[in-house]
Design a protein around this ligand. Structure first.
Ligand code: ADP
Ligand code: ADP
Length: 231
């Protein structure tokens, strides 16, 4: 039922900052789950624990009901299944051009050339960046970079896609395009989305359920109607 779950997830940085403190949450398969919280709430730390970049000090991450294994194979598998789109696309675009950027993940998976081409063509098509395929990524607009970053994650054919502030810095049309894409991927392919956002306009429209995160703890959860009526 749940594509990804955190149970009692606890993480402290080297300097002792307790960034996550006993977090319990789940993202239902094929739904969009919102993570709401201000700066420093723990959203980025949560996401890095969910895709294995950080290893919990206590607690468990489960993908498709199975606890993550922190050996090499387990982590490879996790990163294939759980993709992250960072808030700033410059943090994840580093190849010379759009095509090479989107193909980086599939190539790294060791897929054959034909399969890589198929996946990249599909991901470019879905995100509307096909015409940009030979452009250097640094020459793209912010909104275009954002879509290329999403395409790179989609080309991995993940089950779960985590997006950190997907609408930040976009004009209303760009927001509409990104959120429409997410809805299509949810409904058409059953991809599970976790979205961190400050944007209270998109939460009721697009999130099936949401969690409030504050000081590394879950301080509220429920449907959007429930959250809006909580004190
Ligand atoms: P809780 O025990 O936290 O109150 P449950 O997991 O029992 O919540 O789920 C309550 C209802 O909400 C059920 O219908 C469940 O399928 C649904 N639900 C739970 N988590 C999510 C989610 N992340 N996205 C969408 N629906 C969810
Ligand atoms: P958010 O993404 O919600 O803004 P973060 O997960 O980035 O929250 O931060 C949670 C807490 O962890 C904050 O107190 C932040 O200052 C702290 N923190 C984040 N990264 C580090 C780090 N590398 N070293 C020490 N503390 C950190």
């Amino acid at each position: 039922e749940y594509a990804i779950e955190a149970r009692d997830l606890t993480y402290a940085y080297e300097d002792g900052t307790l960034a996550l403190d006993g977090v319990n949450l789940n993202a239902r398969r094929g739904k969009v789950t919102g993570i709401l919280g201000g700066n420093g709430a723990g959203k980025s730390t949560l996401f890095l624990n969910l895709n294995g970049v950080l290893r919990p000090k206590r607690g468990t991450v489960l993908v498709d009901g199975a606890p993550v294994r922190y050996d090499k194979k387990g982590l490879m598998d996790l990163r294939r299944r759980v993709g992250i789109v960072f808030q700033d696309p410059d943090d994840q675009l580093f190849s010379a051009d759009v095509y090479r950027d989107i193909s980086f993940g599939p190539v790294n998976l060791g897929l054959g050339a034909e399969e890589v081409r198929r996946r990249v063509a599909w991901a470019m098509e879905r995100t509307g960046v096909t015409a940009l395929r030979d452009k250097p990524t640094h020459a793209l607009s912010y909104g275009q970079k954002k879509r290329v970053a999403i395409a790179g994650v989609l080309a991995m054919e993940p089950q779960v896609v985590i997006l950190d502030e997907p609408t930040a810095g976009l004009d209303p049309q760009g927001v509409g395009e990104i959120m429409r894409l997410i809805t299509e991927l949810r409904d058409g392919l059953g991809i599970t989305f976790l979205i961190a956002t400050h944007d209270m306009d998109i939460v009721p429209l697009y999130c099936d359920r949401a969690y409030l995160l504050s000081g590394g703890k879950v301080t509220g959860e429920g449907t959007v109607e429930e959250l809006l009526t909580q004190p």
